[in-house]
Every structure is written in C-alpha cells, then in structure tokens.
Design a protein around this ligand. Structure first.
Ligand SMILES: Cc1ncc(COP(=O)(O)O)c(C=O)c1O
Length: 408
C-alpha cells in the first residue's frame, strides 16, 4: 500500500485497520495460549484503558517533567519487590519487558564482574530451557553463552550447570518457572552454587513473579525462588504477563540498589545537557506505566488471588482433560498455568494442524515435539470447547502437514 497524499477519511482508516486485524489471533475469544494474558473481565479491561488513555502522549524519559510517572514507577517497583521479598537495601527499575530486564541484568553482572573481579570477557551459564533473551543478551554484550542440556523432567541439571561454571562466569541463570515446559528449575541449589563461587544469579520470574507468590498464599507447595535465597542477586518480573497489564512493563530487581549504577547510562558530552536512562530506550511510553499502576492497585493482592483461583481451577481441568485423552501426556511437572504435552502414539504437530483449522493457537515445542499452552483466566469459559476439539483432533490426525503448509 502506498501512502495517500491527501489523507484518508477516519472511517476508511478504521475500515482498513479492521480488515488487517481480522487476520490476527482471536485471543479475546479464548483461542490463544501465549502472547496475551486476558483476564476476560470487563472491569479490568476498563481500568487498563482508562489509565492508558490518560497517558497516551506523555514521555517517561523525563521524570522531572512528569513526576506522576516517577511516583508510579517507584510504586510498581516497590509493590513487585514486596511480592518477591526484595531486601530493604535492594532496588530496581522498570523496563519495557522481560527481554529488556534480562538484558539489564546481564549488563549489570558483566560490568560488576569487570569491576570487582577483573573479568574482561566473561560467560553466562544457563539451562537450555532458559528464555532466548539470555542468549540474545550474551550476543549483544559480547559474552560467551553456555547453554547446558536439561536433566530429566526438563529442569536445569545442577551438576552439569556447576561443571559449566569457571573463573570467567559472570552470571548463572535459573527459571522460576521456564517458558518451554512451565517447570521450576532447582533455584535453591543453583543459587547456592553461585553464592559459593561469588557469581551473580538471575532467577527468571518473568512469568512466575505474578504467579508463584499467589500460589504460595493459596497453599500450593512452591520451592523457594526469590530473594529469600541469599544467592539470588537479580530477578525479572513482568507486569505485562500475569500482572495483567498491557504490553510494555517489566521490573528488574537487584539485591543491592547500588548495582543499579551499572545499569544507568549517563552522558553530558553533547550540547543538550545531562542525559541519563536506566534502560535501553530513550523516549518511553507512559501508558503502560499508568496502566500497570492502575491494574495493580485496582486488583490488590486479593484481586490477584481471586484470578489465581480461577486460573488454577481451569489449569487443573485442562490438565486432567489432556491426560484423559489416551495418547497425550503432560511433559514434566509444570507448577503453574502453563502446560506442554506430547505423545508417543500420535504426532503432536499433526494434532496442532487440526487445532489450527478450528482456530486454536497452540505453540509447537521441539526436542521432543510437543504442544505448549499458557492458560489465562479467560480460558475458564472455553476449557470444555478446547478439550472437545483436542480429543477430536487427536483421534483424527494423520501426519503433520509440515511447516510449509502451515504458513502458506
Ligand atoms: C520465563 C521468561 N523469561 C523471559 C521472557 C521474555 O519476556 P518478553 O517477551 O516480555 O521480552 C519470557 C517471555 O515469555 C519468559 O516466559
């Protein structure tokens, strides 16, 4: 499409957007199991929209011009820190998402190791199930990435991780819980190794930070994963996942607030005075900050607990439904609302092809092949329909159509 010279009528603009958007995933109809985390609640959606609408034009780059944003950021970091037991002398900042939080953590650990241990070119050690953002951060920051094969149950292999650490390791990583299988790495054992060897340890709770604390409060057995473990130095906590905010907010937390100094970029060698940012972005959208503050305060701890009750009841129903479909089996021991399943009898990708035909968006896992789903509160309304279609797809699938057929 070429850019119109005279402009386009408002009706026409929105008609065209509607046309393009008709191809998008139907997350609001409960068909999508990743990328979006809908509560399915009109009141929550309204709060998000009202707060975002108030801050469409503001710029979070300058906290002096927009002190309300600075106050809201501090509150969001404070509330998140409280959830994961950040010590009183710890601190953190907002970022645009999990990947940026992870990038900032790797940067801080690289530069801290450089300053404190004289390591010029370090490495980071993580299990193969760690989010790809760690490999990306290592790539950007010119660190050697050391992915370690998983142990049984798709969890980090403590001995193999320990063996991968050497004098130039600047950071070890554990996922609580991980994206590929929803299982908890043994954070306590891994972070103890890091503590004993004087290495930073990142507990990646991009998904877990707004799940695990509420599961604990509801009486679920949850292994320790946060700053209660003395070896944990950093945590990434995404408000735009199970914090139910719109996209654009994560919190990166450091055990010691002084380490944030390694995160900041400060510069005054240009004609516009002092320029400083805590993350990669310069100009930053204000709407996700306002909506994060709004939704966290609107729901409160009780609101998150209520959503978690629905979420876990739905997860249980879906898990039992999958297990009841003979050839399918759950992979590992997922702890929260994330399930992956596979099969020795049918091709999971062939099942997925048929589910695609019925409009369901499941993600395809590899090694071994499986199907991946992140459950959200909205799925409570659609679990029965999903399980009926999954049983049908499992019974009727033949061979997978392959990648080409899928994207043509
Ligand atoms: C465990 C984990 N870490 C990090 C990330 C990266 O987060 P983002 O996509 O917000 O950059 C994700 C995303 O799903 C994740 O699940």
């Amino acid at each position: 499409m070429s850019w119109s010279v005279e402009g386009t009528s408002e009706d026409e603009v929105f008609a065209r957007i509607g046309e393009m958007k008709s191809q998008d995933a139907r997350w609001d109809e409960g068909k999508t199991f990743s990328l979006v985390y809908p509560t399915g609640r009109e009141d929550v959606d309204r709060v998000l929209k009202r707060a975002s609408d108030l801050y469409l034009y503001e710029n979070a780059l300058n906290p002096i011009r927009f002190p309300s944003l600075r106050l809201m950021e501090a509150d969001i970091v404070g509330m998140t820190g409280e959830l994961v037991h950040l010590p009183a002398d710890g601190g953190g900042t907002l970022s645009s998402g999990g990947s940026e939080s992870i990038l900032m953590s790797v940067l801080v650990n690289r530069d801290r190791a450089r300053a404190e241990r004289g390591i010029e070119r370090g490495n980071i050690v993580y299990a193969e199930s760690a989010h790809a953002a760690f490999a990306k951060a290592a790539h950007y920051l010119e660190l050697e990435a050391r992915p370690v094969p998983l142990a049984e149950g798709f969890v980090a292999d403590v001995d193999a991780m320990s063996d991968a650490v050497d004098d130039r390791t600047v950071l070890m990583v554990g996922s609580a819980y991980g994206y590929p299988h929803g299982v908890m790495d043994p954070i306590e054992e891994l972070s103890t190794i890091a503590l004993d060897r004087g290495i930073g340890f990142h507990s990646d709770t991009c998904i877990g930070a707004f799940v695990l604390p509420f599961l604990e409060r509801l009486g679920y057995e949850v292994p320790l994963y946060d700053f209660r473990l003395p070896g944990v130095t950093e945590m990434s906590c995404d408000v735009h996942k199970y914090g139910y905010n719109i996209k654009g907010t994560s919190v990166i937390l450091h055990r010691k607030s002084e380490w944030i100094g390694y995160q900041y970029f400060l510069y005054n060698q240009w004609p516009s005075g002092l320029y400083g940012t805590p993350t990669v972005a310069g100009a930053r959208p204000a709407a996700p900050i306002a909506s994060a503050w709004a939704v966290m305060n609107y729901l409160g701890v009780e609101g998150y607990l209520e959503l978690m009750r629905t979420l876990m009841a739905t997860t249980k129903k879906i898990r039992e439904g999958i297990e009841a479909i003979g050839p399918l089996k759950i992979m590992g021991n997922p702890i929260g609302p994330l399930l992956t399943f596979t099969s020795d009898e049918v091709d999971p990708y062939a099942v997925c092809d048929l589910m695609d035909d019925r409009g369901w968006n499941l993600d395809r896992n590899t090694n071994p092949n499986g199907l991946h789903m992140m459950i959200s509160p909205i799925h409570a309304r659609y679990a029965d329909e999903f399980l009926t279609d999954l049983a049908w797809a499992t019974r009727n699938c033949g061979e997978s159509r392959g990648l080409e057929a899928r994207y043509n």
